[in-house]
Design a protein around this ligand. Structure first.
Ligand SMILES: [Zn+2]
Length: 416
């Protein structure tokens, strides 16, 4: 497939009049339109921006079923409102909720996501069905949760031509005991899986950990060797300089979730401080009931603006850095080594934005992507070279049916 007449942003370079040519699941050519190979299936990009697909590195997909529930509460009160409602979820609800979320993400240019939830077999099914790339786990809080990853690792890891990956999920320090953490770390090593957890999201969480264990969360988890393998640590809002240096040395991926942290009043992650300390940072929306959308363009906007205002330094972060955090970094964090850049030999996960009036006249693609683009400007989204969303239609999701079922589920759950 060839997409011509686009403003191509590869993640490394911008071509004012560029083209992308894909062959099967891979990028064959990314560069100036002049000189691009021909292809019988050619799409006119009409001058829109073509970029790498966005990687949502921390979310709870099926929580779209609870969008709007528990608004204007802090994390603990919000969890108190949400957790009992979540206990009533069925696998069917999680399947449909995950499918709805996958549809929303594809519509917003997201091609990969890291999910932590429950009834995961149903969630794996939905992600596979939608065509999206997904790294999934259960937010375990006990040994049974940890154990369920054994079966998933066998059944799902690498499914869908490598689109589906399994990671060991541990919800958080405050929802699990020491034995569960040790067991999760051991089991992840045994199965060769990375880990995904919530870390130092609120001041209260850090204070509670000190009270319970005599140490802050980073030291607590380090005692059990949690950071000795690949890790996605969501939030990291309340970490000190020492912890930042330590997490940088360990190569932990910090999943920055700016909208969720702001909405729940948790605080603001010090992005520039983390980057200066050498930390690896990716970006996530968190679940749709603490955001309340799955639009990574909004997250990029906040990622760029928050540090400028808070540090009174407009020079950092740069727009291009924010795009990389939202694309390539997330793919690496999730274990997709050959995804996240539009470079020959890489997977063809791409997004085409409309030639929208709000993106005119086209001086700087990275600046337009970060400061002006919105999910609603996405025209086409492709994963592994397959177009999964195009002009309001999903290739593999019957969205009207999914919406009807999700409304029904919300009624059954008593939240509608
Ligand atoms: Zn979360």
């Amino acid at each position: 497939m060839k997409i011509r007449n686009v403003r191509l942003y590869t993640g490394e370079e911008e071509y004012k009049r560029g083209a992308l040519v894909t062959e099967g699941a891979y990028v064959k050519y990314a560069g100036p339109e002049e000189g691009a190979p021909e292809d019988p299936e050619t799409v006119d990009g009409q001058g829109g921006i073509l970029m790498s697909g966005l990687a949502n590195s921390h979310t709870h997909a099926a929580m779209v079923l609870f969008r709007g529930v528990g608004s204007d509460l802090g994390l603990m009160d919000w969890l108190g409102r949400l957790m009992p409602a979540e206990d009533a979820l069925t696998p069917e609800m999680v399947h449909d909720g995950t499918l709805l979320a996958c549809g929303e993400m594809l519509k917003n240019g997201v091609t990969a996501f890291a999910d932590m939830y429950r009834h995961m077999d149903a969630a794996f099914e939905a992600a596979l069905e939608s065509g999206i790339r997904a790294n999934m786990n259960r937010g375990s809080s006990g040994r049974d949760g940890v154990d369920s990853h054994r079966e998933w690792a066998k059944r799902w890891h690498g499914a869908g031509d490598g689109r589906i990956r399994v990671t060991m999920g541990l919800h958080a320090e405050y929802t699990s005991d020491e034995d569960t953490v040790r067991y999760a770390v051991e089991t992840a090593r045994e199965l060769g899986l990375g880990m995904h957890l919530h870390l130092s999201e609120t001041e209260g969480e850090v204070a509670g950990c000190v009270e319970r264990h005599g140490v802050r969360p980073v030291e607590y988890f380090d005692r059990m060797g949690l950071f000795d393998g690949p890790v996605i640590a969501a939030h990291c809002v309340h970490i000190n300089d020492e912890e930042r240096a330590f997490l940088a040395r360990k190569g932990v991926w910090m999943a920055h979730c700016p909208a969720s942290n702001l909405k729940l009043g948790s605080g603001v992650f010090d992005l520039v401080g983390a980057l200066d300390a050498g930390c690896r940072v990716c970006l996530g929306t968190d679940g749709a009931s603490s955001n309340n959308g799955l639009d990574m363009y909004r997250e990029m906007y906040l990622t760029a603006l928050l540090p400028k205002g808070m540090r009174k330094d407009p020079t950092r972060p740069r727009a291009g850095e924010c795009v990389n955090i939202a694309t390539r970094h997330g793919c690496l964090a999730m274990g997709y080594e050959d995804v996240g850049l539009l470079r020959p030999g890489y997977r063809a996960d791409w997004v085409l934005l409309k030639d929208d009036v709000g993106l005119m006249p086209g001086h700087d693609a990275a600046a337009d992507i970060v400061y002006a683009a919105q999910g609603g400007m996405v025209r086409m989204t492709a994963v592994n070279g397959r177009v999964l969303y195009r002009d309001g239609e999903w290739a593999d999701i019957d969205m009207e049916r999914v919406k009807a079922r999700c409304r029904e589920h919300a009624r059954t759950l008593g939240v509608l």
